[in-house]
Write a protein that binds this ligand. Structure first.
Ligand code: HEM
Length: 124
């Protein structure tokens, strides 16, 4: 799936998407308190670089952070289906804001849903 995504998206879209996403996260009652209040810029860079890495566009993430091990990195945060669904909702709104085409939105949504589900570490 990642290979297909890299054919329909470029680095500029990923950057715009993550920017639109974090604009929402910062204002979100449920998610904002989970993020480092003094490092929004860093959090935005980490997600952007991770996505560019997963879509085969850049090695920056691995150079700076090593192997992603995303599930482990999310263990300090309590993530149930509520948080997972909110994350995906805000990302969906961000995709709409920057007008990602429908085929790309479908591919990205499936990818985000899979990863977000995997991040859940609190039973409902
Ligand atoms: C399921 C709901 C999710 C919640 C509540 C959540 C929350 C968080 C929080 C609080 C952080 C720490 C911010 C930072 O300092 O970087 C973080 C980091 C991160 N998240 Fe999530 N996240 C979720 C899903 C996802 C998904 C679906 C992805 C990828 C598609 C993702 C990718 C990342 C990455 C790459 C980092 C930085 C990891 C690092 O290098 O330290 N997250 N997330």
């Amino acid at each position: 799936m990642d290979n297909i995504i890299s054919q329909t998206i470029d680095a500029e879209i990923v950057t715009e998407l993550v920017c639109a996403f974090y604009r929402r996260v910062r204002e979100d009652d449920l998610l904002a308190p989970m993020y480092p209040a003094h490092d929004w810029h860093g959090a935005e860079s980490r997600l952007r670089d991770f996505l560019l890495f997963r879509f085969g566009m850049s090695e920056q993430y691995v150079k700076e952070r090593g192997h992603p091990r995303l599930r482990m990195r999310h263990l300090p945060f309590s993530i149930g289906s509520l948080e997972s669904k909110r994350w995906q909702k805000l990302m969906g709104e961000a995709m709409d804001e920057i007008e990602v085409d429908s085929e790309t939105k479908e591919l990205l949504s499936a990818f985000f849903a899979q990863v977000a589900d995997f991040m859940r570490n609190r039973p409902d």
